[in-house]
Every structure is written in structure tokens, then in C-alpha cells.
Write a protein that binds this ligand. Structure first.
Ligand SMILES: Nc1ncnc2c1ncn2[C@@H]1O[C@H](COP(=O)(O)OP(=O)(O)OP(=O)(O)O)[C@@H](O)[C@H]1O
Ligand SMILES: [Mg+2]
Length: 145
């Protein structure tokens, strides 16, 4: 599935559509350059999933967990990882990625997932963001059930 979002509002509509299809246990890997819209997308999707905490970029802390939302679904937690600062898969191993990924009641979003490619489950949903202009993004989704 691929869309051209002409502005953040269209990205939001798309994030809502994707969020509606997410199930507990899902892993979503988000690819794209700095400023492509990965964090923005996680924030929009988490909001659509009823997690009202304000999603921030976890760049400086590697991971955040949002809880207390999802009252209307089986998704009890949203994990948000940003692996930008991870040098290699040894760092990823130390982070204990498995603990995040093996949670049947959580959805896990991963920014800069390239370094963790070997740890991602086969069912991982992949979303690619491409900057076309200041406000336009091409968004391509792979492997959504
Ligand atoms: N159509 C659009 N969809 C999403 N974001 C957009 C769009 N147009 C402009 N933007 C802007 O692009 C920026 C995306 O920043 P964001 O922090 O989400 O990027 P990121 O991919 O997480 O970057 P980083 O790799 O640094 O974490 C935001 O300021 C957002 O408002
Ligand atoms: Mg980000």
C-alpha cells in the first residue's frame, strides 16, 4: 500500500487507517531520513489507538512505553523505540529488544530499525517514508495483515 500525503493532515488520516488494523503483538518498523515523519506517524497512530500521552521523539532515551490507553482494544501498551544511536547489533542485544517484541498485549514501533534487522520478527510491518517536499511525504506500507 502506498500513498502520497500532501500535508500532515493526510498523513494523520493514513495513520488512523493503519492503526485501525494493528493487533496486539504487532511490530512496526519505520524507515526514512531525518525529519521524514516517523515520530509524527507514531504519535498519530498512538493517538488513534487511544493512547493520549503525548508521544515525543525517544531519540535521547532509546525507548518509551505508553500505557493507560487502548481502552477499546486489546492493545494495552505502545512501545516506541528509536535505534538512531545504536552502533551495531551488539548494542541492540544489550537493549534486550526481545523483551519489547515478545509482548502479546503491546504494539511496538521502531524508528531507525536497520541495525536491528536480524531481531525483527518475520511478520514485522514495514513503513517507508520519503520526503518529496516540505509538506509532502510518500508513505509505503509493507506486510500489513
Ligand atoms: N505530510 C507530512 N506528514 C508528516 N509529517 C510532515 C508532513 N509534512 C511536514 N511534516 C513535518 O515533518 C516533520 C517530521 O518530523 P519527525 O520528527 O516526525 O521525523 P522523524 O522521521 O521522526 O525524524 P528523526 O529521524 O529525526 O527521528 C515534522 O515537523 C512534521 O510536522
Ligand atoms: Mg523520530
Amino acid at each position: 500500500m502506498e500513498i502520497l500525503a500532501k500535508n500532515p493532515e493526510q498523513t494523520q488520516k493514513f495513520a488512523e487507517k493503519i492503526a485501525a488494523q494493528l493487533k496486539p503483538g504487532d511490530v512496526v518498523a519505520l524507515y526514512g531520513d531525518l525529519g521524514a515523519g516517523k515520530t509524527t506517524f507514531v504519535s498519530m497512530a498512538a493517538k488513534a489507538l487511544d493512547f493520549s500521552d503525548r508521544v515525543q521523539s525517544p531519540t535521547f532515551v532509546v525507548s518509551r512505553i505508553y500505557s493507560g490507553g487502548g481502552s477499546s482494544s486489546e492493545i494495552k501498551y505502545v512501545h516506541h523505540l528509536d535505534l538512531y544511536r545504536m552502533q551495531d547489533s551488539t548494542d541492540v542485544k544489550e537493549l534486550g529488544m526481545e523483551d519489547y517484541l515478545e509482548q502479546p498485549d503491546s504494539v511496538t514501533f521502531i524508528e531507525w530499525p536497520e541495525v536491528a534487522e536480524n531481531y525483527l520478527p518475520e511478520k514485522t510491518i514495514r513503513i517507508f517514508f520519503e520526503i518529496l517536499s516540505k509538506n509532502e511525504r510518500k508513505i509505503h506500507v509493507q506486510n500489513l495483515h
